[in-house]
Structures are given as structure tokens and as C-alpha cells.
Ligand binder design. Structure first.
Ligand code: OSB
Ligand code: MG
Length: 369
């Protein structure tokens, strides 16, 4: 398929409720939307890089630069391009997985639309409904946090993930367990602890957590493996699970017992599937993380989560949990059983709304061969 045009848009969407992690509080999401056109079809992808380099070194500006100067020119240089080919071809450029993933996702959507199949069928998924969990940020008070947990449980979410940081950890888990002794509960530190704070983390073993996500900073595998030896709670890697190769090393070192897969973090669907397959062969369960994507990125995540080894509720919540008006129709809904139906129309299977995209656009650029 010859790509005739690629468009980048920088969009800003306000959250319905602020989202606070150990990095700080965000009131809105700014991200890059990628559109790739061929034969009258448009494929959509989303770059998960944020405005500031807090989750990883990438930002919306670095991703825009990589796309403009390297990744888009590569696509135009090749006259026929399959996402797999794109993955192989841009490997030579070091790093910048989020920029690569955004364009690869657009090529996957395009490919699936051309084959007239929903994405999940194109890459071999097996599920039609995805178990849904919700990631609850740090709140102004424990009361507010408990209220939000109540709200989400009433909406049907199968598990609650809370964000922790030094000072918002043990006491918070204690309060939650007093109110909700039996819910599926997990904690995500986004790398906020250092190894010399491990005695605090070990206290989390008292709360029967499903997992503890990324206690130590990104890129680390060694300290995670030392902590896992001393904790019964399974550790899960997010920021440190950078590629199939780093996941293999994490497995061999015993750095975790669970892997959070995000196509954006690892450079796209091809790498995400490699991680999935490696984990499946080695009995390491995975689940699908999120980066507060718009409905476009989230639809991609839903398709990915249809693969067999996704074994836990995912950070895939309903549109209205994030945005007053999502970019797609129909919006993503959660059933009373706490699941989300995988769209079955071709490609991502949902319809991006051009009028809403336009309204949210801060910057736009069109690229042609
Ligand atoms: O660590 O999983 C994370 C959002 C932005 C950046 C990092 C993370 C998150 C979330 C939100 O936890 C998950 C979601 O999209 O629902
Ligand atoms: Mg995380």
C-alpha cells in the first residue's frame, strides 16, 4: 500500500477530573494524533508522549521532531509499506518508541481497513470482551479517594488501581482495606521510591494487593529483582519494560512476576506482541496499561488486549471516565459486569469525529512524498 499523505495534529483535551501521580497533577492531556492516507482510506494512530518528560524522556515536541525528520520520510521513501516492514525499517533509529508507535498504529489501522477486518483479527486476538479496571489518581484527601473508589465500583469496574508515592502509601492502603476488604486492588508508584526505602514497600505485603507496579525508577531491573526476592506481592513492571529484550532480562533476573504492556512505551504493536508471546511461553501473565489516551489510542489498546495472555483487568476504562467528549463514536462504554466490548468494524472499529478533532487542535501539519 502506497502512503499518499500523513498528517500530524497536536490536540488538547481537558480531563473530567484531574489526574495526579507521583509526577504531579494534570488537568488536561496534550498528545499527537497521526493520520496516514492510502487509496482513499485513513489510518489513525496516537502518540502517548506527554508534554513534559516525566513518565519517560519523550515529549510531544521530541515525538513531532522524530516523526517529521525521520519516520515520515522513511515511509515516503518506501513505496509499499506494511506495519511490520515499518517496524523493521525504523529499528536503526535509537530510542523514541512513542513516536515510532504512533505511526505504526496508524499503519496497522490502515492495513486492517484495507483487509476489511477489525484489528484484533488481523493480529490474532481471541477475546470479544475486555475486563476493565480503573486507575485512580492521588486525591486531595482520603475521603475523596474512598468516594471515587465507591463511584467506580458502582459503575462496575473489576479492579481499582491507586497511585502511591512516599507519604501516600501504607496509611492509604489501610484505609481502603478497612472500607473494601475484598476488592481487587493494586498500587502503582511510577518509580517514586528508591531502594533504600524498601522497608516501606515491604509493608504493602499486608494488603493483599494484586500487584505493585513500578516501585523504582525506569530502566532499573536489578533493584526490582532484589525487592521481589523480599516481597510476596507480585511486582509488575511498566516504565522498565522497554522492549522484548528488557522483558526477557527482567524474567531471567526475577525482577517481576507480571508485565504491563503499552504499545506506545515499547515502540508499537509488533514489539508489544513479541513481549506478549515471550511472556506467554514463560508463564509470565501480562495486562494492558493505558496513558489516558483518547478513544483512538484506547481503541487500539482494546484490540491488543484481545490476545490470549492478557490475564488481569486492564487500564481500559470508559470514555466518560477520562473526557467529557471523546474523539470517537460510539464512545467506549463499560458493561455492568465491568467489561468493554471490542469494536468489530474494520480497523480500530470506531469512528473518529473530525469536528471534535478540529476543535481540540493546537497545531497541524501535512506531509506528502
Ligand atoms: O503508570 O500506568 C501508568 C497514565 C499516564 C501515565 C502513566 C500511567 C497512567 C495511568 C492511567 O495509570 C491508565 C489509564 O489510561 O487509564
Ligand atoms: Mg504504571
Amino acid at each position: 500500500m502506497k502512503i499518499e499523505r500523513i498528517e500530524l495534529s497536536l490536540l488538547k483535551l481537558p480531563f473530567v477530573h484531574f489526574f495526579e501521580t507521583s509526577f504531579g497533577r494534570e488537568e488536561e492531556r496534550t498528545f499527537i494524533l497521526v493520520k496516514a492516507y492510502a487509496e482513499g482510506i485513513c489510518g489513525y494512530g496516537e502518540v502517548v508522549a506527554e508534554t513534559d518528560p516525566l513518565y519517560s524522556y519523550e515529549t510531544t515536541s521530541t515525538a513531532w521532531l522524530l516523526l517529521k525528520d525521520y519516520l515520515i520520510p522513511y515511509v515516503f521513501k518506501k513505496s509499499i509499506i506494511h506495519p511490520q516492514e515499518f517496524y523493521e525499517g525504523v529499528k536503526k533509529y535509537k530510542g523514541h518508541p512513542m513516536a515510532k508507535a504512533g505511526l505504526e498504529l496508524a499503519l496497522w489501522d490502515l492495513q486492517a481497513k484495507k483487509e476489511n477486518h477489525p484489528l484484533w483479527k488481523v493480529y490474532g486476538g481471541i477475546k470479544t470482551e475486555i475486563p476493565s479496571g480503573v486507575s485512580v489518581g492521588i486525591q486531595d484527601s482520603v475521603t475523596q479517594l474512598l468516594e471515587r473508589i465507591h463511584l467506580f465500583l458502582n459503575q462496575g469496574y473489576q479492579r481499582i488501581k491507586i497511585k502511591i508515592k512516599p507519604g501516600w502509601d501504607i496509611d492509604i492502603c489501610n484505609e481502603i482495606r478497612k472500607e473494601f476488604p475484598d476488592i481487587l486492588l493494586q498500587a502503582d508508584a511510577n518509580g517514586a521510591y528508591s531502594f533504600n526505602e524498601k522497608e516501606i514497600l515491604k509493608k504493602l505485603d499486608a494488603f493483599n494487593l494484586l500487584m505493585l507496579e513500578q516501585p523504582f525508577p525506569p530502566y532499573d531491573l536489578w533493584d526490582h529483582s532484589r525487592l521481589q526476592m523480599e516481597m510476596k506481592t507480585p511486582l509488575c513492571l511498566d516504565e522498565s519494560a522497554l522492549s522484548a529484550d528488557s522483558v526477557r532480562k527482567a524474567y531471567e533476573m526475577g525482577s517481576c512476576r507480571i508485565i504491563n504492556i503499552k504499545a506506545g512505551r515499547v515502540g508499537g504493536i509488533v514489539e508489544a506482541i513479541k513481549i506478549h508471546d515471550f511472556c506467554q511461553e514463560n508463564s509470565l501473565p501480562v495486562w494492558c496499561g493505558g496513558m489516558l489516551e483518547s478513544g483512538i489510542g484506547r481503541a487500539h489498546n482494546l484490540h491488543l488486549a484481545t490476545l490470549q495472555n492478557f490475564k488481569f483487568p486492564n487500564d481500559l476504562s470508559a470514555s466518560k471516565r477520562y473526557y467529557a467528549e471523546d474523539l470517537i463514536e460510539p464512545d467506549i462504554k463499560i458493561s455492568s459486569q465491568g467489561t468493554i466490548k471490542v469494536p468489530n468494524s474494520p480497523g480500530i472499529g470506531v469512528s473518529p469525529q473530525e469536528n471534535r478533532i478540529k476543535k481540540a487542535t493546537l497545531k497541524h501539519e501535512v506531509f506528502k512524498p
